[in-house]
Design a protein around this ligand. Structure first.
Ligand code: PLP
Length: 376
């Protein structure tokens, strides 16, 4: 099956009880046990498993792993809970290598929650494989990649990172939130695990928070992640799973429009005299363009740009937009713009003249007109 067919149909079946084509939402927290004590229908308690979550996990495993595959998807209540489960599956004393510009929530989790718990992290420029190689320690268990990165859209070479991880006896994990499996399939490039905030493009409509870990195969590490899902219990509700799966059904239709619109907006900004820099891997001048062109099928809907005149000028542009919504997050139908450094807080390393843009599904000319008048 090709990607579009998987997105539209995988893990779908008409409801056996009623023939309903849209899947029912199974709100029940508990499931009946037979007189002999068995659970022949396979469900016991909704934190452990439920039909909506199972369908979502099956679909995500096929989306990331292709078909046929041995991939296992484990769904969580947020992308951050999925990220936390991967790190919690390690042991105190283990070491992680992570990008110096990864999602600031991931960096905070490593610094403020996992470091006191005994996990050590080295943050590096992951666009430079030599630096990553140099930072490997005997205890290195994970090379965490996020590509394109948030918010500078730096590109890491996933196959190279996976190969460095393999030779160090570590796992390569890729946060694939910004690219989605439509544009980038890290497992096929050698990564061991993929993490998503499904809050973003996968659900696609700014109306549900979720996350997932997809692993290439069912092994002891994955079983530990599934244990954390069940026992620690940061699980998505049945309705969350239902909404996320509904979003997936149009992922392949949305992503090409996000990418085409972002490409148009990036080219417009690149030529604008009030714009100091544009970060979009689809631009041939972007330092990661060649790697992105090799490992992605398109360049996605996220970009950031720096405004001539510093923070105040950037804030003014954000204040003047009419069509873009001033809000954090990304991946929905509406275009969003945000001054990133002020949302990341005082320890942010993001340039203070930078605006991050999630390019939505509107007409690209309307978006360009809006940015044009805001930059005047
Ligand atoms: N990973 C990336 C790349 C993100 O951009 C985000 C959120 O913006 C997350 C993880 C965290 O996801 P969530 O907000 O669903 O916890």
């Amino acid at each position: 099956m090709r990607f579009e067919t998987i997105a539209a149909q995988a893990a779908h079946q008409a409801d056996p009880a009623t023939g309903a084509v849209a899947p029912p939402i199974y709100l029940s927290t508990t499931f009946e046990r037979d007189a002999d004590g068995e659970y022949p229908r396979g469900f016991v308690y909704s934190r452990s498993d439920n039909p909506n979550r199972r369908a979502l996990e099956e679909c995500l495993a096929i989306l990331e792993g292709g078909e046929p595959n041995d991939a296992v998807a484990t769904a969580f209540a947020s992308g951050s809970a999925a990220t936390a489960a991967v790190f919690q599956a390690l042991s105190p004393g283990d070491h992680v290598i992570a990008p110096d510009d990864c999602y600031h929530g991931t960096a905070r989790m490593l610094r403020e929650i996992l470091a006191p718990w005994g996990l050590r992290t080295t943050f590096v420029d992951m666009t430079d494989p030599e630096t990553v190689r140099r930072e490997i320690q005997p205890e290195t268990r994970i090379i965490w990649t996020e590509t394109p990165s948030n918010p500078l859209l730096k590109i890491a070479d996933i196959a190279e990172m996976a190969s460095i991880a393999r030779s160090a006896g570590a796992l390569c994990v890729c946060d694939n939130t910004w690219a989605t499996p439509m544009l980038q399939r890290p497992l096929t490039l050698g990564a061991d695990l993929v993490v998503h905030s499904t809050t973003k493009y996968i659900s696609g409509h700014e109306d549900v928070t979720g996350g997932v870990v997809v692993s290439a195969q069912d092994d002891a590490f994955v079983q530990r992640i599934r244990l954390i899902q069940n026992v620690a219990g940061a699980v998505p509700s049945p309705f969350d799973c239902w909404l996320t799966l509904r979003g997936i059904r149009t992922l392949h239709v949305r992503m090409p429009v996000h990418s085409a619109n972002a490409g148009r907006v990036a080219r417009f900004l690149q030529d604008h005299p009030r714009v100091a820099a544009v970060h979009y891997p689809g631009l041939p001048g972007h330092p990661g363009h060649d790697i992105a062109a090799r490992q992605m099928t398109d360049f996605g809907g996220m970009l950031s740009f720096q405004v001539v005149g510093g923070q105040n000028a950037a804030m003014r542009v954000a204040a003047r937009v009419r069509l873009f919504v001033r809000a954090t997050s990304l991946g929905g139908t509406q275009s969003l713009i945000e001054h990133r450094a002020s949302i990341e807080g005082p320890d942010s390393k993001t340039p203070d003249d930078l605006l991050r843009v999630s390019v939505g599904l509107e007409n690209a000319d309307d978006l360009i007109d809006d940015l044009g008048q805001a930059l005047e």
